[in-house]
Design a protein around this ligand. Structure first.
Ligand SMILES: C[S@@+](CC[C@H](N)C(=O)[O-])C[C@H]1O[C@@H](n2cnc3c(N)ncnc32)[C@H](O)[C@@H]1O
Length: 553
């Protein structure tokens, strides 16, 4: 069997004057779907399938995308009402080369069991290795707590193990815990913990923390980042053995297509959007190798390195939305994986040098909806610092889709829908027929006015996504969260919410201001707003504030 490889330079040569790099994300995704469906199933995709891949419900948007591709000569398109709607012109058959490689159509399919046999037969030499013990050097003259502050604020110790787009700066959390005088023996809560920034900072300062998130990926990441009681010599031995096996298997992983692990459960189209063939195999192989290990505490750290590296080496681009761009420059998966292992080992090594196990704070993680957290949080809380989702249409299960499948948190779309249903409605794609938090904010004119204005501006142009409803549901969910904050927080204590204003069609949603209004209605003793920064965008003329809502019970 042969594998065709892609030479991107050819795209600029005589075959066509269209540069694929110039296609918009929607056009690129539509083209990927059309060619792959033709290739695999020998048919053109249905209208609904193309709409799905370009994430629109609107015929108009679909029509615009296909017309643009037709203008560029990549498709013959006759309009959505015509049958047949599409054809790929004969002269563009070279395009198949590009997409078939991506779809790994002609590779041999093997299982983990076959792979073990093939690797054994080949007896390949090992190539990978760990670097130093602790690359982060501690200044000798600083006090221990000043040193930890520097490592947290400047080096991102532990935080750097996993990148999360919506995280807040570790230095902000450190400064606020210090300013509000939070000490060991007290309990800090982050009800929207994401990648666990609050929990890690509290732990570093010797303070106990409770972290809540509805996304199982966020909970896994937070737990893994707070797992510091690991036998380091055992961790290093496991890392080295893993890298040796990986090095031996690596050349084989070039030529085959694995059929088990996450490859079996993650839908093919989505999997191919995220990762090219080789990293898919590499990630699946390492996932199975780590899966076979005894659960010696270090397993979670190795898995964190794996998922963190998989995302870094993937095709994903998080702006605009969650889109895919195979031409993105990035580390190879194996480079990214080794860097992650090194970072985890170095940071744990340094922490062991600096702190005893009894100096760390304890962290409890709840994979729950925070809109009813008083039902499962049994401790009284001394301080809350958190950043809820913003009403910016960002959909977290899409952003973490690869990790959800890699970690085995979901098996299908039903599992994903279950998570989405329980999320705060910061995105139109999280709204279901039975979402009903809007009723809590009916009497707030500021919310109704903004929703109505956006409704007016987007009339006939919202492409099927209901932004006005999203605004109402979003603030309804925030209202419920504030109610719960009030129940778990001690009298006279503070909750800090980092939020950002948004705009749609040049209409401002003053998020911080509206949350203060909700908090006043709930009779918090004191509410205030602190400006963190002003964001400017090339898309509109309105400066957008990022603020801290300060609430005192
Ligand atoms: C802005 S992110 C938080 C980022 C975090 N501050 C960090 O540093 O990584 C918001 C988080 O809220 C979570 N979330 C959304 N709805 C939730 C709900 N109902 N209960 C708990 N968490 C929720 C999302 O999964 C996401 O991880």
């Amino acid at each position: 069997m042969t594998t065709r490889s892609v030479n991107l330079n050819m795209l600029h040569n005589d075959r066509s004057d269209v540069k694929l790099n110039d296609l918009t994300f929607r056009q690129y995704m539509a083209m990927t779907l059309i060619l792959s469906t033709l290739n695999i199933e020998h048919r053109y995709p249905e209208v609904t399938e193309i709409k799905g891949i370009i994430e629109t419900k609107s015929d108009r948007m679909l029509d615009i995308t296909l017309r643009a591709l037709s203008k560029k000569g990549l498709l013959e398109y006759y309009g959505l009402d015509k049958s047949p709607m599409l054809t790929v012109p004969k002269r563009n058959e070279w395009l198949f080369d590009l997409f078939t490689d991506k779809l790994m159509l002609e590779r041999e399919t093997v299982t983990f069991k076959d792979l073990k046999r093939i690797v054994k037969e080949r007896e390949l030499p090992a190539r990978y290795s760990l670097t130093t013990n602790a690359a982060i050097q501690a200044p000798l003259d600083a006090s221990k707590s000043e040193l930890l502050r520097q490592l947290n604020n400047e080096k991102g110790i532990v935080h750097r193990w996993y990148s999360y787009l919506q995280d807040f700066p570790p230095s902000l959390v450190w400064d606020k815990l210090a300013t509000y005088g939070i000490k060991p023996g007290q309990v800090v809560l982050d009800p929207f913990c994401g990648s666990g920034t609050t929990a890690v900072v509290a732990k570093l300062m010797g303070i106990d923390a409770i972290a809540v998130d509805i996304n199982p990926v966020a909970c896994f990441v937070t737990s893994a980042k707070c797992n510091w009681s690991i036998d380091l010599s055992q961790l290093r031995a496991e890392m080295e053995s893993l890298l040796n096996d990986f090095a031996a298997a690596s050349p084989v992983l070039d030529d085959i297509r694995l059929s088990d692990g996450f490859i079996k459960i993650m839908p093919k189209m989505e999997r191919n959007q995220w990762l090219k063939t080789k990293p898919q195999n590499e990630v699946a192989y390492l996932g199975s190798r780590i899966g076979e290990m005894d659960d010696g505490g270090y397993k979670q750290s190795l898995l964190l390195a794996l998922v963190g590296a998989a995302v870094e080496a993937s095709n994903v681009a998080f702006c605009p939305g969650t889109t895919f761009y195979p031409f993105r420059r990035r580390d190879s998966f194996s480079e990214a994986f080794q860097k992650k292992l090194n970072a985890i080992y170095e940071d744990l090594y340094l922490l062991k040098e600096l702190l005893n196990d009894t100096d760390f704070g304890n962290v409890a993680v709840f994979r729950e909806d925070c809109r009813n957290m008083s039902e499962y949080i049994r401790k009284e809380i001394d301080f809350i610092i958190t950043s809820p989702p913003y009403p910016n249409d960002l959909e977290y299960t899409r952003q973490t889709r690869l990790e959800l499948y890699l970690l085995g948190c979901v098996r299908d779309m039903d599992d994903i829908r279950d998570i989405k249903r329980r999320m705060v409605k910061g995105s139109t794609k999280l709204i279901f027929d039975d979402s009903d938090s809007a009723k809590y904010v009916k009497s707030f004119d500021s919310i109704q006015n903004v929703a109505n204005m956006i409704g007016g501006a987007l009339k006939d142009r919202n492409w099927g996504w209901d932004y006005p409803r999203m605004i109402r549901e979003y603030f309804g969910d925030i209202y419920l969260t504030l109610l719960e904050i009030q129940k778990v927080l001690k009298e006279g204590k503070y909750a800090l919410l980092v939020v950002g204003d948004q705009t749609y069609k040049n209409i401002l949603i003053p998020v911080g201001q509206i949350i203060c209004e909700l908090a006043n209605d709930l009779k918090f003793a004191w509410t205030g707003l602190e400006t963190l920064r002003i964001r400017r965008s090339t898309m509109h003329s309105i400066p957008l504030k990022e603020e801290i809502v300060v609430l005192k019970k």
